[in-house]
Each structure stands twice: as structure tokens, then as C-alpha cells.
Design a protein around this ligand. Structure first.
Ligand SMILES: Cc1cc2nc3c(=O)[nH]c(=O)nc-3n(C[C@H](O)[C@H](O)[C@H](O)COP(=O)(O)OP(=O)(O)OC[C@H]3O[C@@H](n4cnc5c(N)ncnc54)[C@H](O)[C@@H]3O)c2cc1C
Length: 495
């Protein structure tokens, strides 16, 4: 697509999925776009690392709502389906409970009913009612709320009757408990907020739409890994005439008479802009990049009261043997659920037990490891840095405990077959991505931090500044941050 020459310049700070999607959208609307990224590779949480021939996607692996990507490709005049090889996984993932029983999750309701019949026959009817309820929530929560700007209180007031009708004051776990009596099914149909940093015990039941999102558009994997999507978006931006500058941390957002006028890079150089889009965590944007500004809404006291998401401990590893029976996505549940969630979110202490998500991309794409080998990562939700865990001390002990659990449950002889190995701790989330409190998903998805209550996509503080990414509306997760960029079409002026 030919780039429309235009004098208006948009600067995007950060190249996470939210920032890259914003850049493509602004480029398609005729802005000259420059993305400034602090790291040496694009993608934010979705960057890629390689070690000993293993290709590790560092973050997102479960791709839902692919139409949000297709839209970006078509805005840039390109074909997503011709450029990206997306495979649909069915079943989506396996949940293995602590008693050894399993549930393979799929959009096929008959297949789900048959498994529930085996696990807890009395809950089959509850499954059907749960589906109906989550469809109703999805229709409001995703189709009505996720793509609206919510920068006026009137928007919020308008949706209150729906939120009351859907009983959004209930938590996701409470909602699941109304439909299922078996604790394993309560877990299976309530763990989803963890995928976006929320506590299933307190996150509003509106977020049970995530489970429905999987059913509606499927669960996909990108051949070559999620990094292909990142590279694809970077290519779209350059094909539109935009530029992605790596190793270019932004030190501050410049303002003139209450309006964003550009940015100052850490090396002191200044870049003028008509529009500034921050893909940096919203709390960090207001605390650091606009540190000197007197803020009306996101002032220091308010920011300090904000509740941030939990963090993650992620162990990336390769093996010199194959584990053919292990599914692509496995949720390996620990002995406790509600108790563990309280430890992570309330007591903020590192428990000795854990629930794990194991990713085995080589189940679908063998090219992500050398022949005969496997590539994995395993993640464990852990308290953010408010928990005062000394990760320098704990990381290796914690990794070994996870290794032992995996070895016992699904990966026999793992220790003896390890090749590549490295970890990300909450401390790394803070230092690598600049995530306040090492929170892996930014502001937690609590009711009082959602929609109008969340930092708006059109900044409340200064004109000409817009926010995209996990810390703004609608929130974390790849569909969430792509939707945040979609909202820009509503709130950013035309060139
Ligand atoms: C391990 C893990 C697994 C996940 N799995 C899934 C999944 O399977 N499916 C799913 O949908 N979601 C998943 N998520 C969530 C999802 O990855 C994130 O919510 C989403 O990618 C965040 O995108 P973002 O736009 O907020 O930007 P981020 O990814 O947070 O990127 C922000 C970028 O800004 C840059 N930056 C920060 N400060 C500056 C500065 N001053 N100057 C310049 N650049 C700066 C950072 O370096 C970073 O590149 C996962 C997250 C993690 C961590």
C-alpha cells in the first residue's frame, strides 16, 4: 500500500502488540508513524529468545480472536491469511487436576458434556446453563464494551443496567460455583482471569467472557511462533512508510501548554509529534514519562492506591528427547485453588505448591527445536513485587521445585534431558519491561479499575496523548491490547 505523504507525525512509545497495532492503524489513516522501543527487539511481552537452537516465545502463546489481526493486515492492504500460517487447536488445552483426572477443553459442546458426564454427572446440566450465561456476558462484555472508548462517564452509566442484569458484582469463581458443584469444574470454568492477571476470586464475572471468546473464534497457534505476528506487524508498519526504532528508550513525554508535543529520548534527542501514543504501562506512563506534570486524575496518591496484577515466574527450557504424549497447552493444577489464589493475591507470599501452565509449541511446530528435541516453557502465577520475595535467592529453588513436579506429573526424567534453560522472575518483569511492581499484566482487572475507571485511551491529563496496551481500556491479553488500539480510531483526530 502506498504511504500517503502527510505532515502529521504520530509517535508510539513501546512496541508491544498494543503499540504495533496502534502504529498500523495510525499509518492506515495517513499519519507518519515512528515507534520507539527501549529493548533490542520488538514485541514487548511477546519478544522471542533463541538458545541452543530452541525458539522461545517469551509471552503469549494462546491466540484467540484472530480477526483482530486480520483487520490490521487488511488496513495495511495485505492479506493475513497469505502471510501468516495460523493453525486451530482442538482440543484447545488440557486441564490436569491434582487427582490425575483430566478435562480436554473444546468448543464442541457434545465432547465437553461427555467428559463432564465422566467427571461429575450431576454437573452436565450446569454446563449447558453456564454456556448460555457466558454467551450473554460475551455479547455485552466483548461486543459492546471492549471496543468503546469509555472516556465519558455517560458511557459507563449507559451500561450499568446490563452490568446489574448480568450480575457483574459476582466474581468469576462465584459465578462458576453457581453452575458447577464439582470443585474441578469450578476451577476449569473460572481460572481464565489468571490469563490476564486477575484473581478469579475477585475479578468481575464479566471476564468469564474469555472462556466464551475461545469457543467463539477458537484457540490458535502461529506456525513459527507468536513472534511471527510481531515481525508481521513490524513489516506492515515499514510497508506503510513508518519506522520502528529499537534500543530507543523514551525518557519523557514533552508538553507545550497542556498538549503533548513529542518525546525526549534517553539519549537527550527530541522528537516532535502531533500525536503521542504510549504503549508503556499506564502507571509508568503517568509516574515516569509525565512525572513532572501536575495530574488531575492519575496523581501520585491515586497511582499508589492502584491495584496491580500478579506476576509470573516463567521457566524456558529445552529437552534432548521428545515427550509426544504432552499436549500443546497443559494446565497442571496443584492441590489447592482458592488457598493458592489467596496466597498470590492477598497474602502475597510465595507458596510451596503451585498451579502451572506448560507450553509445548513443538507439539504443533517441530521447527521450534532442533530435530528430536522439544521446546517448552512453564509458568507459575506468583505475587508481584509487593510480596517482598527475594527472587535472587528463591529463583533456582523454585525452578527446581517446578522441575520435580513436572518430572513426576508429565515429563519423566526431565532433569536428565534438559538442554537450554533460563528463567524470568517478577524482578525481571520490572527490569526488562519497566513493569511497576513487576506486575506481568499491569493494572489488575478489578471492577473499580475497568472501563471508565481504568486510565482512558484518550488521556485525561493532556491533549494529544493516547494510551494503548494492557494498562488501559479494555485491558491485558492479546485481544484486549489489540482492542485498545482499535479504540484509537474513535478518539484520535483524522489527519
Ligand atoms: C508469560 C506470558 C504469557 C502470556 N500468555 C498470553 C496468551 O497466551 N494469550 C494472550 O492473549 N495473552 C497472554 N499474555 C498477555 C499478553 O502477552 C500481554 O497482555 C500483551 O502482550 C501486552 O501487550 P502491551 O501492548 O500491553 O505491551 P507490552 O508487551 O507490555 O510492551 C510494552 C513495550 O513498551 C516498551 N517500553 C517500556 N517503557 C519504555 C520506554 N520508556 N521507552 C520505549 N519503550 C518502552 C517495553 O520494552 C515493551 O516492549 C501473556 C503474558 C505473559 C507475560
Amino acid at each position: 500500500m502506498a504511504h500517503k505523504q502527510c505532515s502529521k507525525h504520530a509517535v508510539v512509545i513501546g512496541s508491544g502488540f498494543g503499540g504495533l497495532a496502534a502504529a498500523v492503524r495510525l499509518g492506515a489513516r495517513g499519519y507518519r508513524v515512528s515507534v520507539f522501543e527501549a529493548l533490542d527487539s520488538p514485541g514487548g511481552k511477546a519478544t522471542v529468545e533463541t538458545m541452543d537452537g530452541h525458539v522461545f516465545d517469551m509471552g503469549p502463546t494462546i491466540i484467540t480472536a484472530p480477526f483482530l489481526f486480520e483487520e490490521l493486515w487488511s488496513l495495511a492492504g495485505r492479506s493475513f491469511n497469505e502471510e501468516i500460517d495460523l493453525v486451530s487447536l482442538d482440543p484447545f488445552y488440557r486441564i490436569q487436576f491434582h487427582d490425575g483426572s483430566v478435562l480436554d477443553c473444546s468448543a464442541d459442546a457434545a465432547f465437553m458434556r461427555a467428559q463432564i458426564q465422566q467427571l461429575a454427572p450431576a454437573d452436565v446440566a450446569g454446563y449447558d446453563r453456564f454456556l448460555e450465561k457466558s454467551r450473554a456476558i460475551f455479547e455485552i462484555g466483548f461486543e459492546e464494551l471492549a471496543h468503546r472508548s469509555f472516556d465519558k462517564f455517560a458511557h459507563m452509566v449507559k451500561v450499568v443496567p446490563d452490568l446489574v442484569r448480568l450480575r457483574s458484582e459476582q466474581s468469576v469463581y462465584k459465578m462458576a460455583s453457581r453452575f458447577f458443584s464439582d470443585e474441578r469444574l469450578r476451577i476449569a470454568f473460572s481460572f481464565h482471569p489468571l490469563l490476564i492477571g486477575g484473581n478469579p476470586l475477585s475479578t468481575t464475572s464479566i471476564y468469564s467472557l474469555i472462556a466464551f471468546l475461545e469457543r467463539q473464534w477458537g484457540v490458535h497457534f502461529v506456525m513459527g511462533g507468536t513472534g511471527r505476528l510481531v515481525q508481521g506487524l513490524v513489516d506492515l508498519i515499514t510497508s506503510q512508510g513508518g519506522a520502528v526504532h529499537l534500543n530507543s528508550p523514551v525518557a519523557s513525554i514533552d508538553t507545550v501548554a497542556g498538549r503533548a508535543s513529542g518525546v525526549t529520548l534517553a539519549d537527550g534527542s527530541r522528537v516532535q509529534a502531533d500525536v503521542v501514543v504510549s504503549n508503556v504501562d499506564s502507571i509508568a506512563t503517568y509516574e515516569s514519562l509525565l512525572g513532572d506534570l501536575n495530574k488531575r486524575r492519575w496523581h501520585k496518591r491515586r497511582v499508589q492506591r492502584a491495584q496491580l496484577s500478579m506476576s509470573l515466574f516463567v521457566w524456558y527450557f529445552g529437552t534432548d528427547r521428545q515427550y509426544e504424549d504432552v499436549p500443546h497447552h497443559l494446565m497442571l493444577m496443584g492441590p489447592r485453588y482458592t488457598g493458592l489464589l489467596q496466597d498470590i493475591f492477598k497474602h502475597r507470599q510465595l507458596a510451596s505448591d503451585f498451579s502451572l501452565y506448560l507450553h509445548r509449541p513443538t507439539a504443533t511446530d517441530t521447527s521450534l527445536a532442533p530435530p528430536g528435541r522439544e521446546t517448552f516453557y512453564v509458568l507459575s502465577p506468583v505475587p508481584n513485587l509487593l510480596g517482598n520475595v527475594d527472587w535472587m535467592q528463591q529463583a533456582e529453588r523454585y525452578r527446581q521445585a517446578i522441575c520435580t513436579r513436572l518430572q513426576e506429573a508429565v515429563l519423566p526424567d526431565l532433569e536428565a534431558h534438559l538442554t537450554a534453560s533460563f528463567v524470568m522472575t517478577p524482578q525481571d518483569f520490572a527490569s526488562r519491561y519497566g513493569a511497576p511492581q513487576g506486575a506481568a499484566f499491569g493494572l489488575a482487572p478489578e471492577f473499580w479499575q475497568s472501563a471508565w475507571f481504568r486510565p482512558h485511551n484518550r488521556s485525561e491529563e493532556i491533549e494529544g496523548l493516547y494510551l494503548v496496551g494492557a494498562g488501559t481500556h479494555p485491558g491485558a491479553g492479546v485481544p484486549g491490547v489489540l482492542s485498545s488500539a482499535r479504540v484509537l480510531d474513535e478518539v484520535v483526530d483524522n489527519v
